[in-house]
Ligand binder design. Structure first.
Ligand SMILES: *[C@@H]1O[C@H](CO)[C@@H](O)[C@H](O)[C@H]1NC(C)=O
Ligand SMILES: *[C@@H]1O[C@H](CO)[C@@H](O)[C@H](O)[C@H]1NC(C)=O
Ligand SMILES: *[C@@H]1O[C@H](CO)[C@@H](O)[C@H](O)[C@H]1NC(C)=O
Length: 904
């Protein structure tokens, strides 16, 4: 009953809106009122519908650009993760048209063709290029297969897909195949190129699916929109694909079809001026409207697409979702000025949803804002820079050698086909496109990142590109005068998303941490995806090395031991399945990059790749099953990371051993030398060794490990070489069931059965050689000053004794070495240049303590004078007050002294 009532009401409302602006608000209220009534009736159905739509949405999100020609059916059951949002459909208020010329549309169509099919007109694509030939060959074969499959019937277009149904992907996949045909038809070198029969079949297929299924009077479609059933395929996937096809076939469709299909899209996409439309979703819908405006020659539709990006044309609540805007700490989803990028409210997600947004927006900016784009349809939003800057601000800190870090990829780590380097390639292409949509310094900067990531990526970028991307990327790489960005070195932080990483000075390795708290979720698990994520956000340490760049991509997640996640402290009983939005229980998770020492301050944006020389990071770990806990700190330096744990507690039932995993390495080759206290081992699978007299160990091609608790009462260290078998379906029920096999080298500290307050202290020396490991174990540059639940602190000498830094986690007010703090905080204090320069850096890992007071004895003792300080830092005698600490961000004060001092 509901849908038949709906259709006339809907079109009446629509004509009101388009004809009489006075009625806009009342019409919208009416539409919403009707939906509220209907939502009540369809409650149960809606719940089921949301499950399904999430399922589809999830599946397609990341396969969007690359797999748009080879969609697979959805295969995962996914929870509804956004019950609060209302996806109210209905037409939006019109946006006043700007004056425009017919040529403008023609230029935009040509430019869009270049992005979707390839720029064949200008000769940019070289058909003799082997990369291009490989793509053309694949496309030709794909086209042949699709033509064989073409067999329109009462409920389908292709034999292999049907019956068409609004609750599944069938119609979206049908459009995907038609797009693939249209692209093959438009690509020189394929047997389908400019072939009449191919063209006729493609158009016949489009006519057919519109007639039998995908049109806005189909009640199943209408109902899907209303109930948000399968909303991704209906409102984003299919319209977006159809719009692309219409641009490619523009000259052959005739005005009548273009109008009809364009109106269908506009109708189905509906009102985009709604508050629940954010991030990646908003960018997709904007793109669909813009491309639709281009093939309809309709400035109104095109401008509505542009307004959708900036979230204009709605309430102030809607405007907050502009994609050209930074969100404030606590606002959840979006881009942050500190370099964070959060999706699904609580997850760092640059490597997933962040890419979706960057992808769509880079396409639109390259289309509309390039030097050769028509004047009429430029994106004039003064804040559009946010997107160009996003590459450096929000991506640079989470990329090493063209690989996007695992812990900013959410549940996608559990997908076999989407390793970090592949996402890195998507970033490279997005940055390339963006560089084409701007000029001057910004374009140079973007190109410099493209070169850096392309040159360092573990996998060939061009071979893995889509055809239209090849000439664009090549044009950036060909410009020999173009600079290459300096690889990041040192520590970088994005405190809102609790992200801290250390890049080696020579970029041979990178160390990152995955933390969580009451603000940031431990790790994303939804439905069947990433189902063993228990400890992924509990202080997991990642060590990327140039000797095995694909360490985390080589069947790592399907074979790793989820109870021995490097860096974490936990008991040995499997906890209950992780829940969605698996939040930490404690506020404390964060750190600070030391601004002194002549390095950067840990802010990636405009740093020229120069990070901080030292960083202190900490997390109050309390496992999701509440059966293991530890206070953990990491002190990151140029050649070592010191990890301290105190208050390590287990209360597993039945009782079990509490382990801190120092390393669990996915070995890249059969033969790896292990050295323990100088003794060499070439362990075979199954080998094990336990000892409480281990001072240091060294694993070939990986790192040195120094145990700082060696000596009396030292804990047992367990070494093993382990064969591990696993299936991707173990971690993601929608994945392949085939067994994978890897071998791991484990180094584990055994705290014993359910300890009350155990502790650990070790150092990792990434890629150190065996001699350095031995030397540093005997004579380290650092000293552990304290490792208790009140204070974890080390001191480190650097620059051959011309510098010294104290790094501390004050879990409670306390005092050490002339530093006294009145509130808990993360603190770094030290000098360099032989004592001429001094710096104190403080942050609040709880995001709750706004003011921290530190008394520094050296200020009076050495007569230090203030050089400069962050806003809100006040000095009174030897008391330094840090006011206005916010969102985990650090503040610093620089002082100057006489020089020549050799200790703090
Ligand atoms: C739209 O699809 C429905 C359902 O298949 C069909 O009955 C109707 O005739 C189609 N409408 C148009 C205008 O093609
Ligand atoms: C898209 O919207 C749906 C429904 O509101 C939501 O569940 C999903 O998380 C959104 N995704 C992105 C990338 O914004
Ligand atoms: C503060 O002083 C330090 C040390 O001289 C210097 O490196 C830094 O750039 C200064 N910061 C500002 C904001 O002037």
């Amino acid at each position: 009953m509901a849908p038949t009532v709906m259709a006339p009401v809907f079109s009446a409302v629509q004509s009101f809106i388009f004809n009489r602006r006075l009625f806009i608000s009342s019409a919208i209220v009416l539409v919403i009122a009707i939906f509220i009534v209907m939502f009540g009736k369809l409650g149960a159905m809606r719940d089921r519908a949301q499950d399904l739509s999430e399922q589809v949405h999830k599946h397609l999100h990341l396969h969007d650009r690359h797999d748009q020609h080879q969609q697979q059916p959805p295969h995962q059951q996914v929870l509804n993760d956004d019950p609060g949002s209302q996806y109210a459909p209905g037409p939006a208020p019109p946006v006043p048209a700007r004056p425009c010329s017919p040529e403008a549309f023609a230029i935009l169509r040509r430019k869009w063709m270049a992005q979707v099919v390839g720029d064949f007109d200008s000769g940019a694509i070289d058909l003799s290029d082997p990369n291009v030939q490989a793509k053309v060959k694949t496309m030709s074969e794909g086209g042949e297969g699709i033509l064989r499959d073409f067999e329109p019937g009462p409920d389908r277009v292709f034999r292999s897909i049907g019956p068409l149904c609004a609750a599944d992907m069938s119609f979206h996949r049908t459009y995907g195949k038609l797009l693939q045909l249209a692209i093959a038809w438009a690509t020189p070198g394929t047997p389908q190129y400019q072939n009449q029969e191919v063209l006729q079949k493609t158009i016949a297929g489009l006519d057919h699916i519109h007639k039998i299924f995908f049109n806005s009077s189909n009640k199943d479609i209408r109902e899907g929109i209303k109930c948000r059933n399968n909303w991704w395929a209906i409102q984003i996937g299919a319209p977006k694909t159809l719009a692309d096809i219409c641009v490619i076939l523009y000259d052959h469709l005739g005005p009548e079809r273009r109008r009809r299909w364009g109106e269908t899209i506009v109708d189905i996409v509906g009102n985009t001026a709604i508050p629940s439309l954010k991030g990646g979703n908003r960018s997709w819908m904007a793109r669909t409207l813009i491309i639709t405006g281009i093939f309809m020659d309709d400035a109104n539709v095109l401008n509505r697409g542009i307004a959708t990006i900036s979230a204009q044309g709605g309430s102030a609540e809607v405007a907050k979702n502009s994609l050209f805007r930074y969100v404030e700490a606590g606002d959840g989803e979006g881009l942050y000025k500190d370099g964070s990028l959060i999706s699904h409210d609580v997850y760092p997600y640059a490597g997933g949803y962040g890419l979706v947004m960057l992808d769509s927006l880079s396409c639109m900016l390259a289309l509309l804002n390039a030097p050769d784009s028509p004047e009429e349809f430029r994106i004039k939003d003064p804040n559009a820079n946010v997107i160009y800057e996003m590459v450096e601000r929000n991506f640079l800190p989470v990329v090493w050698q063209g690989i996007i870090f695992e812990h900013v990829r959410g549940r996608e780590v559990s997908r076999r086909d989407g390793p970090g380097w592949k996402n890195g390639h998507r970033l490279i292409h997005a940055a390339t496109l963006l560089s084409k949509g701007c000029c001057g310094q910004m374009s140079n900067d973007l190109e410099s990142f493209v070169r850096l990531w392309h040159n360092s990526s573990p996998m060939p970028t061009l071979e893995n590109s889509m055809l239209p991307q090849i000439p664009l990327l090549k044009s950036v790489l060909r410009n020999r005068n173009g600079p290459m960005a300096t690889p990041p070195r040192g520590a970088f932080a994005a405190p809102v998303q609790e992200h801290f990483a250390y890049h080696a000075p020579d970029s041979r390795w990178c160390f990152t941490l995955s933390l969580s708290s009451t603000r940031i979720g431990r790790a994303e698990t939804i439905g069947v995806e990433n189902v063993r994520s228990w400890y992924q956000g509990d202080g997991m340490t990642y060590l990327y090395t140039h000797t095995h760049k694909t360490h985390y991509a080589d069947d790592y997640w399907s074979t790793m031991d989820p109870l021995h996640v490097p860096g974490t402290t936990n008991h040995q009983t499997e906890p209950p399945p992780p829940q969605y939005k698996n939040m930490g229980y404690r506020d404390w998770s964060g750190g600070a990059c030391w601004a002194g020492g002549g390095g950067g301050n840990g802010v990636a944006f405009r740093s020229g790749g120069v990070g901080a020389r030292f960083a202190a990071v900490s997390m109050d770990h309390y496992a999701s099953d509440k059966r293991s806990a530890a206070k953990k700190s990491w002190f990151m330096m140029e050649n070592a990371i010191v990890a301290l744990g105190a208050g390590c507690t287990g209360n597993a039932d039945p009782p079990s051993n509490l382990h801190t995993t120092v390393e669990s390495r996915n070995l890249d080759c059969a033969d790896r030398l292990l050295v323990i206290n100088g003794e060499e081992y070439r362990p075979e699978a199954g080998w094990e060794k336990a000892s409480n007299r281990v001072y240091w160990a060294w694993l070939e091609n990986t790192a040195g490990y120094i145990f700082l608790d060696a000596g009396r009462n030292a804990l047992h260290k367990l070494f093993s070489r382990q064969q591990r078998w696993g299936k991707w379906s173990d971690v993601n029920k929608g994945e392949q069931k085939g067994r994978c096999h890897r071998e791991y080298l484990n180094i584990i500290i055994d705290h014993g059965v359910n300890p009350k307050t155990s502790s650990y202290a070790y150092a990792i020396l990434p890629l150190a050689d065996v001699e350095t490991t031995r030397r540093l174990s005997e004579n380290p540059m650092w000293t552990v000053l304290q490792n208790t639940v009140e204070l974890q602190a080390i001191r480190n000498r650097f620059d051959n004794g011309n510098g010294d830094v104290l790094m501390a986690t004050f879990w409670a007010p306390g005092e050490i070495d002339g530093i006294r703090v009145e509130q808990p905080c993360q603190l770094l204090w030290g000098w360099w240049s032989a004592g001429a320069s001094w710096c104190l850096t403080v942050s609040d890992p709880t995001h709750k303590v706004q003011t921290v007071v530190v008394s520094v004895a050296a200020i009076a003792q050495r007569g230090l004078r203030v050089v400069n300080a962050s806003e809100g830092v006040v000095v009174n005698g030897d008391r330094v007050t840090f006011n206005g600490l916010r969102a985990g961000g650090a503040k610093s004060i620089f002082l100057t002294g006489q020089g020549g001092h050799d200790e703090l």
